[in-house]
Design a protein around this ligand. Structure first.
Ligand code: CA
Length: 88
């Protein structure tokens, strides 16, 4: 008796299905100007949720805690905060 089926290679779809199994899909946060920054985050950081150029505006000194994001774009600032919140 031999193996009746050839070994099946895994596709990217298979790996994605395995990785995401059990996770629920969430709704993205509201982003009125479609710049990648959620409205709530923009308001909390003194930005206009209807001004899409805010995402590429450079963070000035005093606009982030400890000036850690001064010199970065607001989009980088937001993404860095997201990443920081993923790490316990
Ligand atoms: Ca936005």
């Amino acid at each position: 008796m031999g193996c009746s089926q050839a070994p099946r290679s895994l596709s990217w779809y298979d790996l994605n299905e395995w990785f995401l199994k059990g996770l629920a899909q969430a709704q993205p946060p509201k982003d009125s100007d479609n710049d990648g920054l959620p409205d709530d985050w923009e308001v909390a950081h003194g930005l206009d949720p209807n001004e899409s150029l805010d995402a590429i505006r450079i963070v000035n000194a005093g606009e982030s805690s400890d000036d850690r994001h001064a010199g970065s774009s607001f989009l980088e600032f937001y993404l860095n905060e997201l990443a920081e919140n993923l790490v316990p």
